[in-house]
Design a protein around this ligand. Structure first.
Ligand SMILES: [Mn+2]
Length: 306
């Protein structure tokens, strides 16, 4: 039987927006968690960090996953949360407790109360999330579907595409093939700009690598493909990368903090992160078996109701 899915972008602790979106999509909570009579939800990850109601977001999503009303994949923020909570065997942690890492994770640590039963339970749940879903007619991943990276990760994932214990350790070992592939899949590919080109990101840091619009097959030059850089500062030279998605099965993903009114990024690859955590939109795609995605199937709610 054809399964119908509503795929939802990054939530980052915005439980009110999630509940409004669930309502818009016809999911109701009759006392036993949110469910839809004929559809399932899929979360693209990044439930946590930044937003005000992270515990409530986790309660809603986890309950839906437990009861079969939803599926979910691992986001880079959950990956980082597991690393923050996991010892490295030398008195430190897989994700170092630096000021920068703490700042990024602080709202979660404060709201869940680091070390509490609720906190440990959330980390345990994150460990059960698959890196990707390859379903009948549909693919879901947090940041980028890149088959060579997914193939490389294969030995480090279990039969349900979750990191094995050793796989997770290697994925945190900077510079390893496994860590590089994990970064591409959970954070998206970056390509070195031809020297001497560089640009300054939103935090004022000079960057010599650019994230690219891997979902847009027409974005063939640095100027067209780079994200977060002023196009005038980028060369008009071809990228020449294997990151562009060309499979016939559509892929849905989040992660990219896109701005403005939600729109379809591509008929074969749709980003669903329209920055609910920056006063944007929480966005879903209502998928009912189509091979070519359509903008008419996007459903959004604003971060705060009008
Ligand atoms: Mn992300």
């Amino acid at each position: 039987m054809q399964r119908n899915f509503d795929i939802v972008g990054d939530i980052h602790g915005h439980a009110d927006a999630l509940e409004r979106l669930l309502g818009r999509l016809g999911y109701a909570d009759s006392g036993d968690g949110y469910a839809h009579p004929s559809r399932q939800m899929i979360f693209v990850g990044d439930f946590i960090d930044r937003g005000p109601d992270q515990s409530r977001v986790l309660a809603i999503a986890r309950d839906m996953c437990t009861k079969g009303s939803a599926l979910a994949v691992l986001g880079n923020h959950e990956f980082n949360a597991i690393g923050w909570a996991t010892g490295d065997g030398n008195g430190g942690h897989l994700r170092p407790h630096t000021l920068k890492n703490h700042t990024q994770h602080r709202a979660f640590l404060d709201q869940l109360k680091e070390g509490s039963a609720a906190y440990l339970s959330a980390i345990d749940w994150f460990r059960t999330l698959p890196v990707y879903l390859d379903l009948d007619g549909l693919r879901v991943v947090h940041a980028c579907w890149h088959q060579p990276s997914l193939d490389l990760l294969r030995p480090y994932l279990d039969s349900q595409n979750r990191f094995t214990r050793d796989g997770f350790l290697l994925a945190n070992r900077k510079g390893s093939d496994v860590a590089t592939a994990t970064d591409i899949v959970l954070k998206g590919p970056e390509i070195a700009l031809p020297p001497p080109n560089s640009f300054f990101d939103k935090d004022g840091h000079e960057r010599k690598e650019a994230r690219i619009r891997w979902w847009d097959r027409k974005a063939t030059t640095f100027r067209l493909a780079a994200i977060g850089a002023d196009p005038d500062n980028l060369p008009d030279t071809p990228i020449g990368s294997d990151y562009f998605y060309s499979a016939s099965k559509p892929v849905l993903f989040g992660h990219y903090w896109l701005r403005g009114t939600p729109e379809l990024t591509s008929p074969g690859a749709a980003c669903l992160d329209f920055s609910v955590a920056r006063a944007g939109y929480l966005t879903a795609y209502r998928w009912s078996g189509e091979m070519q995605l359509s903008a008419t199937n996007l459903v959004s709610v604003p971060a705060t109701p009008d």
